[in-house]
Design a binder for this molecule. Sequence first.
Ligand code: GLA
Length: 682
Amino acid sequence: MQPVTFDAASRTWLLRTPATSYVLRLDAGDVPVHLHWGPVLTLEQAAALPSGTRQSSSFDGTGALDELVTEAGARFHTPSLQIVFPGGVRGVDWRFKAHESDGGHLVLRFGDAHEPLELELHYRVHDDSDVIERWTRLVCRVPVTLLRCDSAAWSVPMRDGYRLSHVTGDWSAEHGLHRTELAAGETTLTSRRGLTSHAANPWVMLDAGDATERHGEVWSGALAWSGSWRITVTRDAAGRAGWTGGFGHEGLSWRLEPGEEWVTPVFAGLYSAHGHGGASRTWHDYVSRHVLPEPGELRPVVYNAWEAVGFDVGEANQKELAALAAQVGAELFVMDDAWFGGRTSDRAGLGDWWPNPDRFPGGLAPLIDEVHRHGMRFGLWVEPEMVNPDSDLYRAHPDWVLHQPGRPRTELRHQLVLDLSRPEVAYWAQEWLNRLVSEHEIDFLKWDCNRAFTEVADDRAWIGHVRAVYAILDRLRADHPHLRVEACAGGGGRTDLGILARTDQVWTSDNTDAFDRIAIQHGFSQLYPARVMAAWVTDSPNPLTRRRTPLAFRFHVAMAGALGIGGDLLRWSPEELDQAAALVAVHKDIRPVVQLGVQHRLPYGMQYAHEDRVVVLAWRGPVRHGTPEPRLRLEGLDPLGRYTDEDSGVLHHGAVLMSAGLPLDLPADDYASALVRLRREA
Ligand code: GLA
């Protein structure tokens, strides 16, 4: 299969992935227009695609679907690129220069008929994934202002209707999935907070309203960016739909110096013919193959005492908890907030990254040694982008924070944001992080970011800050290849393909209530794989929601990701500690299936398949009397295969598991759950 082919006569490019094709063409005015995104086509078929333009009146646009919508000519879709040249001239009068392809990477180079602009559209396809990556690069030899510079515009084929899937949320309520008819007009999904945000996540899925979890065509896109972003989904009067998206929110502008290069993040897109479940599985596979830094690794079982002790961290309580964490089978002990500077509450100390001398009189070494003696690795919480005004750092460098001269500095959680787009601030962060990891045996950092950005004086900082975070993480990992990192922003406020390229997992949510987590994890799973989804078992009643749930239920829900324990083990009974140890052992047994396997969402659970094993996690919330239990019909098995239940020895047939379902007979209790391990007979 040739990943990129070109038909010179019609000036048509065909991109091929294993199961899909993407086609674009230059129109008579050199504008790259979109023709096809869907099932596989040959080059001959692609060249024969009608251009499909139609202008119904002098008030209408050209009818073309542009690969990047600029403000030139009769083109009225949401602009992807708004560029202002000297004198106020706007829009791109496209002039095609050249195309190059190297393996699956296609670059189309354009100029402008009047201005010294170089504009490139990049496409990259892989031979092992149907995900297509796109981004934009531009350079101009005169100063320009960018009012918007999206990574790509994506168009979907004409259908009778469209349904939009996306997530919204809040702190402790991330990834709430919505599936609604796509409104006529424009729908904007965005973050204006400097972070990916809890409120929305930068991905989108469209279907014709007929896709199900198992069947139907779904078009989707995900932006690899961890700061402010915007995706505008359009459904126009002619019945067409698509979206344009990129970094930055509305109202920002970036002035580029002559010769300065501007490169957008990747906006990846996927066409799947196998329903929302099929789309999710392809995204999971893509994240594993092409995004994560260490895709083959299993995530260690974490113990973290944040919910147990809060800000009351000390050498003695951490050592006590470490002993119990080791007893239940934790492999990585993470010390959370309040180990440093004068940090005894959220009011002080952020920025002063040395061990608190009252709490750790001998430094961190005695605790780290003890953790190692228990056979666990050691990790630390850090929040490098933030400062409390009550800190030595802020007293020394009050100008290092995002602020607007003469305006109040809005404090959120009593903290301000360090402007990492300034080289001296980024240097400071890189230097102390490097020193911290070099001087101690630290295997893991939980990199937190606990507030939204305000008072950004320079629009470039919205981009520069995120790039600096990426550069610091990349450098830190390169200098310390053993180091693993968890991305966190008050729970799941920084979950995206950009941060996942330099972290190993994300803290999914500060809400650890297992029942609430089912919905959060459901939304998370639409794009992101189980192996990056950190999930803790904590206390009952849950400290946030006061809900009481059985220990097994809490474990079964958390085992659907990267299991951790975050409860106050000092208050767990010996029986609970024994049960926890047994469940952690089960988790370690099924971990390769969950974290490396193929995931199918079931009506009230998850199925994972890896090599010859299948694991089903089933969970149910409060039960209303008389509600029938939905059948757990398994998916993707070999119909002729025989599958043995590893615990009961019962034999099941693949065809029966997929048609009649897996009999579970959950007790009628609220919060019942089950775990089934099946092995396929050779
Ligand atoms: C954030 C994180 C929590 C914890 C606290 C510490 O809220 O999401 O897990 O680390 O910060 O202050």
